[in-house]
Design a protein around this ligand. Structure first.
Ligand SMILES: [Zn+2]
Length: 68
């Protein structure tokens, strides 16, 4: 079994969440994540990691029946 895990946005469920590594003059700062999904704009220290198959289900639930 290949349980592939992906990162999704905790706000909208999009898999377009990106990791941001900020380095300020060599100081270690907490990794933050931001969502590229239009209209979401989530940015924060946490993301949700779920199975790839679950992601589709989650996204459908969050978006209702509206499929862009
Ligand atoms: Zn989002």
């Amino acid at each position: 079994m290949d349980a592939r895990k992906i990162r999704v946005c905790p706000r909208c469920g999009s898999s377009k969440i990106q990791e941001t590594k900020t380095s300020v003059n060599g100081w270690l700062v907490p990794t933050t994540y931001y969502c590229e999904e239009e209209g979401c704009g989530y940015s924060g220290p946490v993301f949700v990691e779920i199975d790839a198959e679950e992601a589709e289900t989650l996204k459908r639930m969050m978006n209702g029946e509206a499929e862009a």
